[in-house]
Write a protein that binds this ligand. Sequence first.
Ligand code: 13P
Length: 251
Amino acid sequence: MRRKVIAGNWKMFNDINESQNLISKLISGLNSETLKNEIIICPPFTSLSEAHKLIQNSVIKLGAQNLYFEDSGAFTGEVSARMLKSVGCEYVIIGHSERRTIFKEDDDLINKKIKKALSAGLKPIFCIGETLEERESGVTKNVVEKQLNLGLNSITEDNLERIIIAYEPVWAIGTGKTATPEQAQEVHEFIRSVIESKYSAQAAKVLIIQYGGSVKPDNAAALLSQKDIDGALVGGACLKAESFIQIIMAA
Ligand code: 13P
């Protein structure tokens, strides 16, 4: 049985005070029902260190939203894998569609970032997904397969075990338009089949594949009950403790 992994991507929200408030509310709202799942929060860089202190005695794990693949150097504005480790990060989101579209990150850069995260001992949450135009022209599977092949280029099976894949159809992010459980399941099953042919049946079987894109308390249970959906990468609904906890409960 694969565990369910619920991650909250805070994006560029919450200053230090707002972060402290949200984390305190989360910690007090979690109960034994929610402990069966793995829970990750990904605050902005400026709140990571404080978040790490606040979650010390809780089940919540910490992730960052991005990194740069070099160890150090003249890369103004960038943050390294080692820096993320030093503030207590265990996970890092890589290849989010907002990074791909707004910041022009390509598959090659994403692959370098995944490799750096792995070598530094971080677990990548590797995001893939098609745009509305791609879905409407019927190339969803080709897009997802290409992103998987390029993003995972030269990554070995033992490293794959430390990677979570997040399928986030771009048209469902922040739009309130969720993929139906059937639409999401179809792509998740396909992702697992790509991993099976690229690696092995065992690698495909244990791979955690999250769904992301307008996951809310009222649609979480239906999505998370699909057989190949192993968790959620939540944006908007993770910014309120109540709704994030309801999603965790639904899992
Ligand atoms: P929303 O849940 O706001 O659609 O965002 C999803 C997302 O991008 C998570 O990484």
